[in-house]
Every structure is written in C-alpha cells, then in structure tokens.
Design a protein around this ligand. Sequence first.
Ligand code: FAD
Length: 296
Amino acid sequence: MQVPAQFEYARATSVAHAIDLLRRHGPESRLVAGGHSLIPMMKLRIANPETLIDINDLAELTRIGLDSGLLRIGALVRHAELLDSAVVGEHFAIFRDAERVIADPIVRNWGTVGGSLCQADPSEDLSAAFSAVRAIAVIQGADGERTVPVREFHTGPYQTVVGAAEILTELRVPIRPGGGSAYTKVERRAGDWAVAAAGAVLWLDGNTVSDVGIGLTAVGAAHFAAEEAEDFLRGRPATEESFAAAGRIAAAHCNPVADQRGPVDYKRHLAGELTTRALRRAAARAAGAAVETEGA
Ligand SMILES: Cc1cc2nc3c(=O)[nH]c(=O)nc-3n(C[C@H](O)[C@H](O)[C@H](O)COP(=O)(O)OP(=O)(O)OC[C@H]3O[C@@H](n4cnc5c(N)ncnc54)[C@H](O)[C@@H]3O)c2cc1C
C-alpha cells in the first residue's frame, strides 16, 4: 500500500495553537514535522492519523543557541542545520559526527531533531547522541512546560513520555569545559540506518576521566546508554586499556536482536568496538588534539 488513508490537515501558527489543535482533534491526531518517518508509515498504513497538525511554521522551535551554560536546540531544527551549526560543532562534535552519517541530504534537509527523538526508532542516531550528553527534553502542554532527562524520554520502541496533547519544544545540553565528544557508526551502505553506533562525551582531569557519557543505538541498550561502562570509566586513567575494557562492558550489557542488519554476536562486537573508538576520539578531542570527523 503506497497511499495514505484520508486525513484532515491543520497548520499550527504557534506552539500554543498546536497544543490547542491536538486537544481539539483528540488522540487520533498527530504532529508532523519533517514527515520523513510519519509519512512513510502512513503510506504503509502502519500509522493512520485522522488529523495531521503541521508544525513547520513554528519559527520559535527553529533556534540553536547558547544560554546560561546550556546549548539549546529547538525541536524543529533540521538535521542539516545541526550539522552546519558552528556553535554545536564547537561544543559537541558528537552531533556533527552523527549528522554526517544520518540518512542522505534530502532527509537531512527536512527531517528534524524533535521528529527523530519522538519517532523513538530503536536505531535512531540522535537518541544515542543526546543520551550520551545527558540532554534535557523540554515538553509543553496546555498546563505549561516540563523537563525530562533524555535518558527517561523513551519508554520503549516508538514510545516516549510526550503526551497526546503535548509537544517536544527543545533539547538542552549543559556545557561543561574540558570535554570532548565523538560519534561513530557502522552502516551497511552510506546513508543507511546503523547496524550499531556509539557516541561518547568525556571530561578529563589531567589524564583521569572525571566524567563520561556513552550512548549506543541499534543494539538494545537501555535508555540508549551504556551506564555500566560509564561507571567503570569514571576516575580511571584515559588510556587505551580503559577504553577497551569499557567497550567490553558496553558490549556485555547491551541487548541486540538479529535482523537483516546482522546477527547478535556481530552487533555485540560492534557495540564494544565502536564504544572504544568513540571514547578514544572523544579523549583526543578533550585533550585538545585535532581529530578529523570520520569520513570527512
Ligand atoms: C531514507 C531514510 C533514511 C534514514 N536514515 C536514518 C539514519 O541513518 N539515522 C537516523 O537516526 N535516522 C534516519 N532516518 C530517520 C530520519 O532521521 C527521521 O525520520 C526524521 O528525521 C524524523 O524527523 P521528522 O521531522 O521527519 O519527523 P516526522 O516524520 O514529522 O515525525 C515523526 C514522529 O514524531 C512526532 N513529532 C515530530 N515532531 C514532534 C514534536 N516537536 N513534538 C512531539 N512529537 C513530534 C510525529 O508526530 C511523529 O509521530 C532516515 C529516514 C529516511 C526516510
């Protein structure tokens, strides 16, 4: 089936208007941002919303900026804008690395940060990147705004804490000096979804890892994170041995499933190896070394 079922269409003019439209049209209405996940699902009739509420006019959700020690990224920021943002690249190279390997220019020109997180695909790259940096999601509803750590945002495959009449408005990432970050992915061909991918952000105190965040995608990691590996690394020397051991721990604690992208053992191996590589590159960046983005 390549044609969606019939639906109503409404165009929101503000966040408040979008929330009002969601309330008026009820639980069978859906927001549409870039449409690169939702529209294909509608064509396949996996999703059959009665009303689409288009949020593409909401300029208030398109900003990227620094504010009070936070990097703030609007939910309607397109993948291409995140990739091109100098301020994002300066503070969190992990997003630049990730965006270089998400889909193709057509999807990146239209698909959004908010749509990616809300789609909650278990192989989504940005979910792992935002999990690694421990971002905060800002969600707005009729009763006001609430914040949720990204590690509590996803409640299962294709499920999030965003309510039926709520909208994800922004991601906030705390900025701390002395850090470095990186993202690395294995895909079957350029632009494809991950077979496995890992992101890391790491802060050094001399040669000691003072803090670390590790994100994983496509390998069934709880909250898109490798918390056991993070706990192991904190306070240890930033050495190749530590990073390899952290990789082994990440591999042991994830839960990949076999599918057309590969068997369980292969994905588990990738989870470990990619974690080690991401940590190595993040540490080099934290130490001030010039490290090329993979594939650049
Ligand atoms: C060919 C192709 C290849 C791809 N490859 C990759 C890849 O390699 N890696 C990867 O991570 N992704 C990949 N994607 C997915 C792509 O990045 C996402 O589909 C897309 O960015 C989702 O964003 P969107 O704006 O298009 O969301 P939409 O399709 O508009 O929406 C997706 C879901 O999120 C909801 N939603 C959207 N915005 C909000 C909001 N602000 N608040 C609450 N709910 C909201 C919608 O109601 C819908 O349920 C690929 C997609 C395609 C088509």
